[in-house]
Design a protein around this ligand. Structure first.
Ligand SMILES: N[C@@H](CCC(=O)N[C@@H](CS)C(=O)NCC(=O)O)C(=O)O
Length: 230
């Protein structure tokens, strides 16, 4: 990427990254469509460029700065947007204590679910030598399967409602939807997880979600279908 001054407001993002997508959805929900965004190429290693490293010492995206305030973790950034723009666009965290508690809970549980998905999907890449692989991957599969069954059950209980925690779209949906979309993109079988698939279909046409759909997902078929084994 070309050298330039450190911007005051910018989002560096990668296509297909659930973490980046969350933040992009939250920006649209909070009517912050004017935030400039730069797509970085993972293949070219641009997430390790000086511009990204200047904002995020981990060399990861999203790398985000808003009016001089840099906040890189995707969920922390969503919380920050909600507190800065509470009365703009969609209220992503309700005021009512019991509802708020549920949104916090489901948001953090969604991160737990993402971690399990990543442990499974990226295992072979992290441990490239066949002889070093072990039963850990079997455990990853079982753990992710149990986790997704739990979300099936959560959604089963919410059938009267469109969203994860009730009648309104919240931060929990911002985080969980991107995980679920990732699951189906990588081969999760709709028949095995019908509630997750219904949820996915209910939300995928929401304007913030549709507008920020990962561009390379639109253009290319999936390269991996490992989620079909779950
Ligand atoms: N906790 C961070 C994680 C971000 C993250 O893992 N980003 C990935 C993209 S999916 C990345 O940049 N990976 C490249 C690397 O770690 O080198 C967040 O939610 O913002």
């Amino acid at each position: 990427m070309a050298e330039e001054e450190k911007p005051q407001t910018m989002l560096y993002w990668g296509s297909g990254s659930p973490q980046c997508w969350r933040l992009q959805i939250a920006l649209l929900e909070k009517k912050q469509d004017n935030v400039p965004q730069k797509l970085v190429s993972f293949n070219k290693g641009e997430h390790k460029s000086p511009q990204v490293l200047a904002l995020n010492a981990r060399g990861q995206v999203p790398a985000f700065i808003l009016e001089g305030v840099s906040i890189n973790d995707s969920v922390a950034a969503c919380f920050y947007l909600e507190s800065q723009f509470k009365y703009q666009g969609t209220q992503l965290i309700p005021d009512e204590p019991a509802k708020q508690a549920m949104v916090y809970q489901k948001t953090f549980e969604a991160l737990f679910m993402y971690q399990k998905m990543e442990d499974y999907l990226f295992y072979d890449w992290r441990i490239p030598k066949l002889e070093q692989r072990n039963t850990a991957q079997e455990r990853n599969i079982m753990s992710l399967r149990e986790e997704l069954k739990l979300w099936e059950m959560y959604l089963e209980k919410m059938t009267r409602h469109k969203y994860l925690t009730g009648r309104i779209f919240t931060l929990a949906d911002v985080v969980m939807f991107t995980n679920i979309a990732f699951c189906f993109r990588f081969g999760l079988k709709p028949k095995k997880f019908p509630n997750l698939f219904d949820y996915y279909n209910r939300l995928k046409e929401r304007s913030s979600i549709e507008a920020s759909w990962p561009p390379h997902w639109k253009e290319n078929p999936p390269t991996m279908d490992k989620m079909k084994y779950i």
